[in-house]
Design a protein around this ligand. Structure first.
Ligand code: ZN
Length: 318
């Protein structure tokens, strides 16, 4: 594996590399096309409609609210759709950054044989996508992930995928984003990444505002180690949990961690779309940020979280 870092200094979108300053207001963890219910044993039909017009309207609403970029964390086996993402980006004018790698063990496609291949072999597959695009599409991922765990621990196969993600990161300079539900799993994931030589500051630990992860101590440990702590279910939790997460976020801001915090909605089910009564991709800008301002958070700190931090983490490292 040789480090190419071909697009170092740029951000890779589904329509090609862009200058970091072009990213603007960014949602770092969302899904436009994903199918979670197609795995054995999952009967809740979680996923989206695969309706191009509906997706376009939702993304357009985000753009009209002032949004500029969306990071689409869907990976192989759960509905990733490179050509559809490129078309939505072209029609809406919103930059879309696409993910790669494998999600969590029950969602690994059987044909990918994760349990029979080495971490290096898996890494080679991720690197090939980053360097040449997905299949014949030529469309290249701009982030590794979301990779994660099914439970609050890392299974043997998941460890292999995490090591592959780390090696692909070292070879290409793309950052890593995780699915981490159930403390302390984000710390265990960081242990693996660090063991492989990854700087935690190139890692986003996802879903930190999920009810199973709302712990001041847990967040502080992640922050002290240098990782990004992502509040990415904004507006999609029961009200009591929204309040707890909001106050935890304020605590981190007061403690001076603004430059390690990221905000998103993790839109991933049909009921999250505005056309089905959900908050869509606009809740953060229209409802959450005004609430932060009302609580005394400065425009500077908000700009750090929604523009500067995404710009920093998604820029391909030299
Ligand atoms: Zn997600």
């Amino acid at each position: 594996m040789s480090a190419t870092h071909e697009n170092a200094g740029f951000i890779q979108t589904v329509r090609g590399p862009i200058q970091p300053d072009q990213l603007g207001i960014t949602l770092p963890h969302e899904h436009l096309y994903d199918q979670l219910w197609e795995i054995p044993g999952r009967n809740d039909y979680a996923g989206q409609l695969d309706d191009d017009e509906a997706v376009y309207e939702e993304v357009l609403a985000f753009r009209k609210a002032g949004g500029q970029s969306i990071v689409e964390c869907t990976v192989r086996g759960i509905g990733r759709s490179p050509e559809k993402l490129a078309r939505i980006s072209e029609r809406s004018g919103v930059n879309i950054v696409m993910g790669c790698g494998w999600y969590r063990q029950p969602y690994y496609p059987a044909e990918d044989l994760i349990d029979r291949r080495s971490a290096d072999d898996l890494a080679r597959e991720i690197i090939a996508e980053i360097e040449h695009g997905v299949g014949e599409s030529g469309i290249r991922p701009g982030i590794i992930g979301e990779v994660g765990t099914d439970k609050s621990w890392v299974s043997a196969q998941e460890e292999r995928v995490h090591r592959a993600a780390a090696r692909a990161h070292l070879a290409t300079g793309l950052a890593i984003t995780t699915h981490s539900i159930g403390k302390p799993v984000g710390l265990t994931e960081l242990d693996i990444f660090e063991d492989e030589g990854v700087d935690p500051h190139r890692v986003i630990i996802g879903h930190c505002d999920h009810p199973f992860c709302l712990s001041l101590e847990y967040h502080q440990e992640l922050l002290k180690r240098g990782a990004y702590v992502q509040f990415d279910t904004v507006g999609n939790k029961p009200p009591e949990m929204e309040e707890r997460a909001f106050h935890l976020l304020l605590k981190h801001l007061e403690a001076g961690y603004a430059d390690q915090l990221l905000l998103s909605h993790d839109v991933c089910k049909i009921q999250h779309f505005r056309c089905f009564g959900g908050n869509g991709f606009t809740y953060l800008i229209e409802t959450f940020l005004p609430k932060l301002r009302k609580a005394g958070v400065s425009d500077d700190l908000i700009h750090t979280m929604i523009v500067e931090n995404p710009k920093g983490i998604f820029t391909i490292q030299r």
